[in-house]
Design a protein around this ligand. Structure first.
Ligand code: SAH
Length: 251
C-alpha cells in the first residue's frame, strides 16, 4: 500500500475545535506521530501505533514520520492548535527539503486548524479585527536579539501582537524583557490580555493594560495579546470587558 503523511492540528484544547477533516485523518492513520501530551489527548483506536516524543526533537520526529510514510504507513503528524503555526508542518517540509529526493513525491497534505490566537481572540471579543502579527518568544530556535528586533518593529508598526511561547520553566524571565521592549514604544493604556489554557478545563483569562500587566502571569500555556493603539475595551457591569480592534483603524 502506498504511504501517506497527514499533518494536522488538534486546536487549542476544546475537542469541539478539532475539525472534521483532522478527525478523519486521525481515524485513517495507522501511525500517529507527535509530542506526547498532544497524543495523550486522543482516543486512539486499537492497532494504531503511537510514536510519542519530546517537544524539542521536531526535526527527528518529522524524519521518522517521513520514513514511516515512505515505508507504506498512513501517518498522521499531530500538533496542538494549527499545524503550520510554530508547529510540525514546517519541520516536515524542512526534513523533506534536506532529505532523500523520493520524499518529495510522497502523498503529503496539511490540514488547517484553530490556532491559539484565534481561540483567545474569540474568548476576548475581536482583538484581531485589524492588522496583527504573531511572535514566538522562544529562543530555542532563534537568537533573543532577533526577537527583540521583531517586537520593536511590531510595536513601531502599531500591530496587535500575539505572543506565543511567552515563558516556560527554563525561560521565566524573557517575557519580562519582552514587555520592557513593548513598554518603551507603546502607550501604558494599551489593552493586554493573558489567555491561559483556552478551551481547557483550567482556562483563565486576564484583561489589563500594558502599564499594569504582570508578565509573570504568562506560562507555557498562555497566549498573550497586546493591543494596537486602536484596540478598545468595552467595560461591562458584569463579567470581563470585551476587547476589540475596530475594522476602521485610521487615526
Ligand atoms: N501550533 C500551535 C502553537 C504551538 S506553540 C497553535 O497554532 O496554537 C505553543 C504555544 O501556543 C504556547 O506556549 C501558547 O503560547 C500557545 N497555546 C497553545 N495552546 C494554547 C491554549 N489552549 N491557550 C493559550 N495559549 C495556547
Amino acid at each position: 500500500m502506498t504511504g501517506s503523511l497527514r499533518i494536522l492540528g488538534l486546536g487549542p484544547g476544546d475537542p469541539r475545535w478539532v475539525t472534521p477533516e483532522a478527525s478523519a485523518m486521525l481515524d485513517e492513520a495507522t501511525d500517529l506521530v507527535g509530542y506526547g501530551p498532544y497524543l495523550a489527548r486522543l482516543e486512539t483506536r486499537p492497532g494504531q501505533r503511537i510514536h510519542a516524543s519530546d517537544n524539542r526533537v521536531e526535526l527527528d520526529r518529522a524524519r521518522a514520520a517521513l520514513d514511516l510514510a515512505a515505508g507504506g504507513a498512513q501517518v498522521a503528524v499531530v500538533s496542538g492548535g494549527d499545524p503550520g503555526v510554530f508547529a510540525m508542518a514546517a519541520a516536515v517540509f524542512e526534513a523533506v527539503e534536506a532529505g532523500p529526493t523520493r520524499w518529495r513525491d510522497l502523498d503529503i497534505a496539511v490540514s488547517p486548524g484553530i490556532s491559539a490566537m484565534m481561540a483567545a481572540a474569540a474568548r476576548l471579543g475581536a482583538p484581531l479585527g485589524h492588522d496583527f502579527c504573531a511572535v514566538s518568544l522562544s529562543d530555542n530556535l532563534k537568537p533573543w536579539p532577533l526577537i527583540e528586533r521583531r517586537l520593536r518593529a511590531a510595536a513601531d508598526g502599531d500591530f496587535v501582537i500575539a505572543l506565543y511561547n511567552p515563558a516556560s520553566r527554563a525561560r521565566p524571565r524573557q517575557v519580562f524583557d519582552a514587555f520592557a521592549v513593548l513598554r518603551a514604544v507603546k502607550e501604558g493604556a494599551t489593552p493586554v490580555a493573558f489567555a491561559r489554557a483556552v478551551g481547557r478545563p483550567d482556562e483563565a483569562i486576564t484583561v489589563t493594560t500594558l502599564a499594569d500587566a504582570d508578565p509573570g502571569l504568562a506560562d507555557m500555556s498562555t497566549l498573550v495579546l497586546v493591543g494596537s493603539s486602536a484596540t478598545r475595551l468595552i467595560v461591562r457591569e458584569r463579567g470581563r470587558p470585551f476587547l476589540y480592534t475596530p475594522r476602521n483603524a485610521a487615526p
